[in-house]
Design a binder for this molecule. Structure first.
Ligand code: SF4
Length: 294
């Protein structure tokens, strides 16, 4: 499928038939969890009681120190599936009433997923749920196949991206990728309160870094405009081992309020917010249990 992998800004240039790059993934699709997932933003499903059809891919091109899905992202634990099996999983999720197909951390399997979606395009929206460290040229391959970009914009400062995610040039790459996403999905389209096409930019507020969050919001507004849907997440939970001391706590009400107030001040009126009580490990799927839950 690819001779040397340069799918993402890591540019590992490895032959994934015989080796693994930073994402710890070979050329076969590995899935860590398939489930009906009730905890994504309700606009993605049309209501809190309706599920996304979540497919969590194993491995990740970021591996943030604070990752709440540590086992699957860092250790790439999961089950190998073929293209045909992936298509059957998507069809089964649709059959079970999933309101969308939520491809979670898909970047390092872009080629294989594009191949599957060209063979079978689901009837419900396809969501590209990414950490934002994307190559804009790779995002171009998704044109016509992905309906909603659910993308993180994690940092406005490359020093933080390097320190917490070992991701050089995160800011430039995330900006370029978001610009390409905006080209493909220029406006948000809803059907019965459910987003069926568009962009949702997620930003997880980290403890001790509200100032960086504010800069992130400014960047997102510059690229996508003030009507962008920005999901300002309060759910940071210190679950990963060996966290730096400044990340070893939940965010405070004041930190969250500072960021949300800035969104309102600059006119990001479609900002989605969370209760601080969402900062709990109970919202994280258990990746040690059954992989295919459907
Ligand atoms: S997808 Fe994986 S192997 Fe390919 S460039 Fe990115 S981190 Fe490296």
């Amino acid at each position: 499928m690819f001779m040397k992998c340069n799918i993402c800004p890591r540019n590992c240039n490895v032959d994934r038939k015989n080796a693994k790059g930073f994402c710890n993934s070979g050329d076969k699709i590995i899935i860590s969890k398939v489930m009906l997932h009730y905890f994504e933003e309700p606009i993605l499903t049309g209501g809190e009681d309706k599920p996304s059809g979540a497919i969590f891919f194993a491995g990740c091109n970021l591996k943030c120190v604070y990752c709440q899905n540590f086992d699957i992202s860092h250790n790439a634990v999961g089950k190998e599936v073929s293209k045909e099996e992936l298509i059957q999983i998507i069809k089964k999720l649709e059959h079970l009433g999933a309101e969308n197909i939520d491809l979670i951390t898909p970047t390092h399997f872009t080629s294989q997923i594009v191949d599957a979606l060209k063979s079978y395009k689901p009837k419900v929206p396809v969501i590209w749920n990414t950490g934002g460290y994307e190559d804009a040229e790779t995002i171009k391959q998704l044109d016509g196949l992905v309906d909603i970009f659910l993308t993180d914009f994690k940092y406005a400062d490359d020093a933080l991206a390097i320190s917490y995610s070992k991701a050089p040039n995160y800011v430039k790459n995330a900006k370029n990728a978001l610009t390409e996403m905006k080209k493909q999905q220029n406006s948000n389209i809803f059907e019965k309160n459910k987003l069926i096409k568009g962009i949702v930019v997620r930003h997880l507020v980290l403890p001790s870094h509200a100032k960086d969050s504010i800069k992130v919001l400014d960047i997102v507004k510059d690229i996508c405009g003030s009507d962008t849907i920005v999901s300002i997440m309060a759910q940071y939970t210190p679950m990963a081992p060996n966290l730096p001391s400044e990340l070893n706590r939940k965010i405070t009400p004041l930190e969250y309020k500072t960021v949300v107030n800035h969104a309102l001040k600059v006119g990001l009126n479609n900002a989605l917010t969370q209760e601080l009580s969402s900062a709990s490990s109970c919202y994280t799927p258990n990746f040690k249990e059954k992989i295919i839950e459907i």
